[in-house]
Design a protein around this ligand. Sequence first.
Ligand code: MN
Length: 285
Amino acid sequence: MSDKALRRLHAAYRDDIDDLVTRRPLPGPQLEQLDPFLFLNHHGPQVYPPGNRGLPFGPHPHRGFETVTFIVQGELTHKDSGGHESVIHGGGVQWMTAGRGLVHAEISSPDFRVRGGALEILQLWVNLPARLKMTAPRYSGVQRDRIPALATPDGKGTVHLISGGWNGAAGPIESLTGIFMSTVELRAGGRVTFPGVGARTVFLYVVRGRVEVGGGAAPEHTLVELGREGDAVAIRAVEDAFVVFGHGEPIGEPVVAHGPFVMNTRAEIAEAIADYQAGKFGPLP
Ligand code: MN
């Protein structure tokens, strides 16, 4: 077993949305995508005051990919035109397959707007291959208590397993494309190894702290790009750290993205816009 080597670090850049602190390491100036991973927004951490306006993501459409949303602190209310509705709290995850098309709202509850509170949310966009872009929409909202929290072998960390298998356990989400997804907490000096990632693209973002991986050190708010060689990833915390760690099979198809739509061709984007404008994605409940 050999470890994948660090190829490049991609620092997140600041791109606030109204009063919502937002950092984005992907896409970046030196990285269009990390096939099949397309986009990451890191919102917060911040404290909303009482009487706030909440999250600014009112009804909008998606087609052709999946959104994976990690609620680190606070809460997120989701409603979509597939009839799904939930409020997911800190430590929980929302996994939405937009497929052939959904309209959804990602907003704050009336209670959060009145009382305020801490908020930290990450949203990752995962691409779908051509054969699944028009699949039926799906949504799973999973609270913290349904996500296995597995101690690392050295006892200095926890793997929160969202999808895929690790050390005999399975995450609650079944990804259509076999995506492995987790968040990992490591105390300073803690170390964890993920084997069996040879042909896969690794997604590793440092939410907090500082880690060593692949022969280099990655600070907070950095996306780590690893090389293709090697079949394992070893992560060591230099200081207390919290990271998103996943991996997936590269799709290797053309990506044509336009706002909330990610397809393979310009004609398919035009079709998505026309279908949305014709009301084919349905109304919100
Ligand atoms: Mn959205």
